[in-house]
Ligand binder design. Structure first.
Ligand SMILES: [Zn+2]
Ligand SMILES: [Zn+2]
Length: 411
């Protein structure tokens, strides 16, 4: 419910908008906030500071405190409930991604609007207390890419500009979601999400959104299509879920011997066949499973290894579509036989980021409760364990592995 009588901090009178408590706002001294919780109302001193993880150099993370930013008419403050962790977090941590530092990482935020300017509330259709999923990229709104609807490749602010990728030298520093609170820029994109779902499930809008864009939207997957997903990580599993939701006729997933648990999950989420690439001849198996035609759609979401990119040309059907979305640390692809793409008239498309439409499809699917997504969620971590969480996802922790994991800053 928008606060419109002007009696709030945004207008300098010292009253804070507060979330979820009866009349939705009360006059309190600055620096104090009345909050409600699942266990009832609780009143506590609010330090007006946010804890955040700062990456200062490759493989260097530290916990720091930041003052909460002022919010103007067009911006907002998010109380971060959860931040998903994905492969690009591991690359950012290792220093492979060209991200300016020091920076607060975290580009998959889910949270509750803590404060919001009146104009932002109107533009975004949300208010204090609403739970929102925040898209990683913050487009400029007027470059050629934005104007043509391809805002996920916007460079209008000079570089890739998004939550988790903007250095703390750029005010107000709290751009990433590895933090208690995150600043929402006037051009941040938010989607309202139902509040009765566990945060660690609701935050899956990000991998699932990628599944909808990479496995459905870009290759126009529909009924009758055979979809082959290379790699059973969280993006691969999300691709299976999305392709199934889009009515794909047959879904095949490849993985390594150590991926057996993920391949079993893939089958549970709708894959018809899974292939252990270490034990089976993948070309022959795909040939058999598709009556010699090959897959209409191949989604390449394996991490680091470039070989599957070259192999995809053998798996794809004539006239088929290959979507490349797994990043390989800028490695060269050996044995890439481009003639196969020529003679089969294959469409090869790179995919970077997700669209609002795909995020909405993901959020609707999460809210529907149709898919047992909790089976894919393996770990919750407090903010202090960010480094362990990233290293676990990167496979650096012997004897333990994760599929989908997230930070829960409030825990
Ligand atoms: Zn991510
Ligand atoms: Zn732009």
């Amino acid at each position: 419910m928008p606060v419109s009588d002007g009696a709030c901090e945004l207008h300098g009178c010292g009253t804070l908008r507060v979330r979820g408590v009866g009349a939705s706002r009360e006059r309190l001294p600055k620096g104090w906030l009345e909050r409600s919780s699942a266990w009832g109302r609780e009143r506590r001193v609010w330090s007006m500071k946010a804890r955040a993880i700062v990456q200062t150099a490759p493989r260097q993370l530290e916990l720091r405190e930041f003052p909460l930013p002022d919010i103007d008419d067009d911006s907002a403050l998010l109380r971060v409930e959860a931040c998903g962790i994905c492969g690009s977090d591991a690359e950012q941590y290792a220093g492979v991604l060209p991200v300016p530092m020091p920076v607060i990482p975290g580009h998959e935020p889910l949270g509750v609007i803590e404060k919001i300017g009146d104009r932002a509330a109107k533009r975004w259709g949300v208010d204090v207390g609403d739970r929102v999923a925040v898209e990683p990229l913050i487009p400029c709104g007027h470059c050629a890419a934005c104007r043509s609807g391809n805002y996920q490749v916007c460079r209008g602010r000079g570089r890739m500009f998004g939550h988790g990728y903007i250095p703390i030298s750029e005010p107000p520093a709290l751009w990433g979601a590895y933090a208690d609170f995150m600043y929402l820029d006037p051009f941040s994109i938010v989607h309202r999400v139902r509040k009765d779902l566990p945060a660690s499930i609701a935050v899956m809008f990000n991998p699932l959104g990628a599944g909808f864009r990479w496995a459905v939207e870009i290759p126009h997957t529909g009924p009758g299509d055979t979809v082959l997903v290379l790699g059973p990580g969280q993006r691969g599993l999300a691709s299976v879920i999305a392709a199934r939701a889009a009515g794909a006729e047959r879904i095949i997933v490849t993985g390594l011997a150590r991926d057996e648990q993920k391949l079993a999950l893939a089958r549970e989420f709708g894959a018809d066949y899974t292939i252990n690439i270490e034990a089976e001849d993948v070309r022959r198996r795909v040939h058999e499973l598709t009556e010699g035609r090959g897959a209409d759609v191949v989604v390449e979401v394996s991490a680091n290894s470039p070989e599957p990119v070259a192999e995809a040309l053998y798996y794809v059907a004539t006239g088929g579509r290959i979507v490349l979305a797994g990043v390989k640390g800028f490695k060269v692809v050996p044995n890439f036989v481009s003639d196969l793409a020529v003679v089969k008239e294959v469409t090869i498309r790179g995919a970077f980021g997700v669209t609002s439409r795909a995020y909405r499809s993901a959020i609707r699917l999460i809210e529907s409760g149709r898919v047992p997504l909790e089976k894919m969620h393996t770990h919750d971590f407090p903010l202090e364990q960010a480094e362990y969480a990233i290293r676990l996802l990167a496979g650096e922790i012997p004897g333990e592995s994760s599929i989908h994991s997230c930070l829960l800053p409030g825990s």
